[in-house]
Design a protein around this ligand. Structure first.
Ligand code: UT7
Length: 312
């Protein structure tokens, strides 16, 4: 049997910090409203999707001790490619020195978890080493006069190297979901800005993420009591807390980064994983639940028994 495991992680945020107070100078909002309704205190804005993907991936490769030339595939999850055509991943692969296939995937904020599951499947089919990155420049598709979306979004990247291992590997269970009926609640037309019905997204997000997590745990033969650490999509602290409550997982088991990075869509889960490693939150043998939801609406969850890095 041939399994997969994560051997290196990396994260990258742009330098420019935009606080809630900064936003309050350009739209009708305030720090107290944004903090209490979302948990976000500041976010990072700037750069390109390619830059964020490349920088996060370089760190992940270095920490995994993998030469980019030895990669078998580069998967880049993004909703904000740098151009319409071609995809952003071939340029990322070139900048890294990879000489393999490269593909963009768009499953919105669930994209990186989709990529992780796809990497596992490709490794099961014979590949050895796959880079799974998530990177975004949501600031480019945001109307900075629209307080309903501008307070939430941000830019950045995260990445992980997934490698083949003898035996079953670390991925114990997973779930991928999509409900096109709810795509009307969160979308951007070609060349347009993000449009969102926040209340509907919130309502569906909690059930999508909790149901997807439950299916992944069931596939792994585990229950919520077995979960040691949750690495959730970072959209709103209230969504994460409500999801943990529905699952029956204590909220302090969830790793939170949204207070300083906002919502970077497909980048939040890999960035938060890297942050958890750097903060020493993961121990060998921990059961980790990755779970994301996003436009589509999509959801994706993965349950891993961690044997990856435990210090940054
Ligand atoms: O990756 C997925 C991305 N999206 C999400 O996850 C978004 C999910 N939804 C949410 O996070 C929340 O729905 C929001 C944070 C977007 C909004 O929070 P809410 O508690 O659902 O607020 P609301 O839309 O019900 O608005 C409450 C009030 C309204 O005023 P009235 O009608 O009560 O007078 C809004 O007009 O707050 C007002 N409001 C604001 N006030 C200050 C809406 N946006 C703002 C704002 N600043 N930015």
């Amino acid at each position: 049997m041939r399994g997969s495991r994560i051997t290196g992680t990396g994260g990258r945020l742009p330098d420019k910090v935009v606080t809630n107070h900064d936003l309050a100078t350009r739209m009708d909002t305030d720090d107290e409203w944004i903090r209490s309704r979302t948990g976000i205190e500041e976010r990072r804005i700037g750069g390109t999707t390619t830059e964020h993907a490349v920088e996060a991936s370089r760190l992940a490769l270095e920490r995994a001790g993998v030469d980019a030339a030895d990669l078998d595939l580069v998967i880049l999850a993004t909703t904000t490619p740098d151009r319409a055509v071609p995809g952003t991943s071939p340029g990322v692969a070139l900048a890294l020195g990879a000489r393999c296939g490269a593909i963009d995937i768009n499953a919105a904020c669930s994209g990186w978890v989709y990529g992780l599951v796809m990497a596992h499947a490709m490794i099961g089919s014979g590949m050895e080493r796959i880079l799974v990155a998530g990177a975004e420049t949501l600031s480019r598709i945001t109307d900075w006069e629209d307080r309903t979306t501008a307070i939430l979004v941000a830019d950045g990247g995260g990445a992980a190297v997934v490698e083949a291992t003898d035996g079953p590997g670390d991925l114990l269970g997973w779930d991928l979901a999509a409900d096109g009926d709810t795509e009307k609640y969160l979308f951007a037309e070609m060349g347009g800005y993000l449009e969102m019905n926040g209340k509907e997204v919130f309502r569906h997000a909690v059930s999508l993420m909790a149901d997807s997590s439950e299916r992944a745990l069931a596939q792994a033969g585990l229950s919520a009591d077995d979960v040691d650490v949750v690495i959730p999509h970072q959209a709103n602290i209230r969504i994460i807390e409500a999801c943990c409550k529905r699952l029956g997982v204590p909220p302090e088991k969830a790793v939170i980064t949204l207070h300083f990075m906002g919502n970077t869509s497909a980048a939040t889960v890999p960035f938060t994983l890297d942050h958890a490693v750097a903060e020493g939150r993961l121990s060998d043998g921990d059961v980790i639940l990755f779970s994301g939801f996003g436009a589509g609406m999509t959801a994706a969850s993965a349950v891993m028994r961690w044997s990856g890095p435990t210090t940054g």
